[in-house]
Design a protein around this ligand. Structure first.
Ligand code: SIN
Length: 302
């Protein structure tokens, strides 16, 4: 089903026609008919409306230099600096807000970016901060011939379909979100390795939060590794987290995105999880990512 800008925004802004096509039942929409390097306010209003409704947006066939990527990203708010990661180079020279996700090895023998070629497990970005980023945008510059798909999982849908007993068990609780490792399993630079979820570095957030733009309740899970349900004995915390993750990551809540060069995929960190398939380490993959600063701490829904 494709909706026009008129359908989504409630009014037709000028003569522009932006099409909005849902990518799955639970999360995501593709936006067609827009050049992100040259959008006007009316087009942005329609994009923002789709953003509130779908939690993840895909734009195909874009050609963005660093300034254009930054300027489109900044329409959503102030930017957050990239996360602290393993030892790969963190950001593009001269552009400290553009994080490099890549397995490519530079002329000096070190990786030009983060996350290598392995699997990146389900997570939401930088949830170990007290004010995590609202959103992330990923722009595909080089992609491998196969593998490296990015999966998205819709947490508003996962929250809605929670079995009553599980909802009751988590609705007043918080998870401590670990900051020790990134989603590729790498230890963040400067931190001490730890598999103790109670004492490792991290921040607690409510499990069921409100998504401010839509007012809908959403699950906020972060990463599974080193997560801890605050106040529970460790074994009970592990059992509850296993049940919660098994429910949230059910196939009907998610879809896989197969990349093409020029794709921009953006996701709402408050309402989605994402993960990445591994790919052949001898192939090249280069993505540029920006992060939209959180406008508030995650807030309990009930
Ligand atoms: C990320 O987790 O931000 C990167 C995902 C990807 O490389 O597809």
């Amino acid at each position: 089903m494709t909706a026009t800008l008129k359908d989504e925004a409630g009014s037709r802004h000028g003569s522009h026609s932006i099409q909005v096509r849902p990518l799955s039942a639970a999360v995501g929409a593709e936006i067609a008919g827009v050049n992100l390097a040259r959008i006007n306010d009316a087009q942005f209003a329609a994009i923002e409306n789709a953003w509130t409704n779908h939690s993840a947006l895909l734009f195909r066939g874009q050609q963005l230099d660093h300034d254009a990527l930054l300027s489109f990203s900044r329409r959503f708010g102030e930017l957050d600096p990239p996360p602290v990661n393993e030892n790969g180079k963190k950001f593009v020279d001269g552009y400290p807000d553009i994080y490099v996700v890549s397995n490519i090895i530079g002329a000096d023998g070190t990786p030009i970016g983060s996350l290598g070629a392995g699997e990146a497990v389900w997570h939401t970005d930088m949830s170990y901060l007290s004010e995590p980023p609202d959103a992330s945008l990923l722009y595909a510059v080089e992609i491998p011939p196969s593998g490296g798909d990015t999966w998205l999982c819709g947490m508003i849908a996962a929250c809605k379909s929670l079995p009553a007993a599980l909802r009751d068990a988590v609705k007043d609780r918080s998870i401590k979100h670990d900051g020790t490792y990134n989603s590729g399993g790498y230890l963040r630079a400067g931190l001490t390795a730890s598999d103790d979820p109670v004492n490792s570095v991290g921040t607690p957030h409510p499990i069921i939060c409100v998504h401010p733009p839509s007012g809908k309740p959403t699950l906020y899970l972060g990463r599974r590794r080193n997560a801890y349900v605050v106040g529970l004995p460790r074994d009970e915390s592990e059992a509850l987290l296993d049940e919660l993750w098994a429910h949230a990551s059910r196939p009907e809540h998610s879809f896989a995105h197969r990349w093409r060069i020029g794709d921009v995929l953006m996701w709402d960190n408050r309402t989605t999880l994402h993960r990445r398939d591994p790919f052949d380490a001898s192939a090249r993959r280069l993505m540029y990512r920006t992060q939209i600063k959180g406008k508030a701490k995650p807030r309990r829904a009930f």
